[in-house]
Write a new protein. Structure first.
Length: 204
């Protein structure tokens, strides 16, 4: 019995060192060497300021910015998640209808406009950093007017949106998408504005 206990203890200590120390250290070192930006959180800096992560969605409620997909958790990354409401839940249908009406009204779109699904429903994580190209294109006129741009600037904004349309990953996974944070930063840089220092500043 004592021999089995000592064997079990040695195995426990061995596996603790291998799986709890050596393996995490190896993975951390490998990630830092091969993928330094991704392993550090894919942080995005503007003029030396960290303004977010390209992989974590954040709130942009200001009229002069493109808006991200709605979040059921107020864009809080810890913990991430959705509403967990089922398709037969009346409150889910009400929230979808409300978001659709608000999107049409605030973007000055025709009442018959079909709102892209990603702008009327929250993502499963609540921190989706991307929206569909259709959702971005539908916001161009609002952003143009909010920034006081002339009609000639519309083509520039349209071209910028198209520039930031990302193809499916490896050409086969997912759908075309637009990173909201990167697009908003690009607009500020295009117009010579400093941009928000944080998500809170983007509500103005």
């Amino acid at each position: 019995m004592k021999r089995f206990s000592l064997t079990s203890l040695r195995l426990f200590l061995f596996l603790t060192v291998v799986t709890g120390v050596l393996y995490p250290a190896l993975i951390t070192f490998t990630g830092a060497v091969l993928f330094p930006r991704a392993s550090a959180g894919s942080l995005v800096e503007v003029h030396g300021r960290t303004v977010g992560s390209s992989l974590v969605g954040q709130e942009f409620a200001g009229e002069k910015y493109f808006w991200p997909r709605p979040s059921a958790i107020a864009y809080q990354p810890v913990p991430s998640g959705g509403s967990n409401l089922g398709p037969t839940d009346r409150s889910l249908r009400d929230s979808v209808e409300l978001r659709s009406r608000q999107f049409i009204t605030r973007n000055r779109l025709p009442a018959s406009f079909i709102v892209p699904g990603d702008m009327s429903t929250a993502s499963g994580s609540g921190i989706d950093p991307h929206i569909s190209p259709a959702a971005a294109r539908a916001q161009i006129e609002r952003v143009e007017q909010a920034r006081g741009l002339g009609q000639g600037a519309r083509k520039g904004l349209e071209a910028l949106v198209e520039k930031y349309v990302e193809p499916p990953q490896w050409g086969i996974l997912g759908m075309e998408r637009v990173n909201v944070l990167l697009l908003n930063i690009a607009i500020d840089e295009l117009l010579g504005e400093s941009g928000p220092a944080s998500a809170a500043d983007s509500r103005d």
